[in-house]
Ligand binder design. Structure first.
Ligand SMILES: O=C[C@H](O)COP(=O)(O)O
Length: 249
C-alpha cells in the first residue's frame, strides 16, 4: 500500500447508552496517537453528541448504515444528507449483521456505497464468508461475488471507498482469522481492485475485522495488504481501542 496511515474504525453496533457513550468518546478522543486515522461508527441517536465531542480532535465519526435512496417516503431509513449534517465522514455498508438480518443483497450494498459517495461520505464496504463457506473452500468465490457490484461502480468510486474483510465466523466469537487467512483474502481483493483501478488500487484501504484485540492487532496489521481494522467489541473499551490504534502505527 502507499505510505498513508492505517485506518482503525470502531463499530459500536447497538451498544451503549448516552452517558456511557459520552464518556467513552471523550476517553478515546483524548488518547488517539498521531500516525493513525481513527473513527467511531456509533448508533444514529448519538451522532450529534459524538460529533460535538470529537470536534477539534483527531477522531472522526461515522454511521453504521445509510439508505440507498434520496430523501422520500422510506420509513425508518436515514439519508446520506442527514448523516452529512451530523458530521459523519464514514458509513459502514453491508455489515454481515445487516446482510443477514435485513436481507441486504450485494447489489443493494453497492447502491448504498454509491449513495454514500454521492453525499461526500466514505463508505466502508463489508464482505465476508460464513464458516460453512470457508470449510467448503469457497471463501474467495464468496468474496468475489460480494465485491462484484462494488467493482462495477468503477475506478473513481473505488478509490474513494474502504473495503473491510470480516469473516462472519470471526465476528464477536473471539476467533480471529490468522494473519495468513486474512492476507490471502486481502491479496485477492487487491488483485480484483487492480483489475478495475490499476495501480491506483494500491491506495484503497482494506481493513480486517473479526475479534481484533490489543493482543492480536499488531500481527494482523503487519499482514500484507491489511491497512487497518474494523473493531467491534474492543471499541467499547477505551484502553483496548487505543491499544489497537497504537498497534496500527
Ligand atoms: O464491525 C465489526 C466487526 O463485526 C467485528 O466485531 P468484533 O470485533 O466484536 O468481532
Amino acid at each position: 500500500m502507499s505510505g498513508q496511515n492505517k485506518l482503525v474504525v470502531g463499530n459500536w453496533k447497538m451498544h451503549g447508552r448516552r452517558q456511557m457513550a459520552g464518556a467513552l468518546v471523550r476517553d478515546i478522543a483524548e488518547g488517539i496517537p498521531s500516525g493513525v486515522d481513527a473513527a467511531l461508527c456509533v448508533p444514529f441517536p448519538y451522532l450529534e453528541m459524538v460529533s460535538g465531542l470529537v470536534n477539534g480532535t483527531a477522531l472522526a465519526v461515522g454511521a453504521q448504515d445509510v439508505s440507498d435512496c434520496d430523501d422520500g417516503a422510506f420509513t425508518g431509513e436515514v439519508s446520506v444528507g442527514m448523516l452529512a449534517e451530523f458530521g459523519c465522514r464514514y458509513v459502514i455498508v453491508g455489515h454481515s449483521e445487516r446482510r443477514a438480518r435485513h436481507q441486504e443483497s450485494s447489489e443493494r450494498v453497492a447502491a448504498k456505497a454509491a449513495q454514500a459517495l454521492r453525499g461526500g461520505l466514505v463508505p466502508i464496504v463489508c464482505v465476508g464468508e460464513q464458516l460453512e463457506e470457508r470449510e467448503q473452500g469457497r471463501t474467495l468465490d464468496v468474496i468475489s461475488a460480494q465485491l462484484a457490484p462494488v467493482l462495477a461502480l468503477g475506478s473513481e468510486a473505488l478509490q474513494a471507498l474502504v473495503v473491510a474483510y470480516e469473516p462472519v465466523w470471526a465476528i464477536g466469537t473471539g476467533l480471529s482469522a490468522s494473519v495468513a487467512q486474512a492476507a490471502e483474502v486481502h491479496g485477492a481483493m487487491r488483485a480484483a481492485l487492480r483489475e478495475v483501478a490499476g495501480s491506483s488500487a494500491d491506495g484503497i484501504r482494506l481493513l480486517y475485522g473479526g475479534s481484533v484485540k490489543p493482543e492480536t492487532a499488531a500481527d494482523l496489521f503487519d499482514g500484507e495488504n491489511i491497512d487497518g481494522g474494523l473493531i467491534g467489541g474492543a471499541s467499547l473499551k477505551a484502553d483496548d481501542f487505543l491499544a489497537i490504534c497504537q498497534a496500527a502505527i
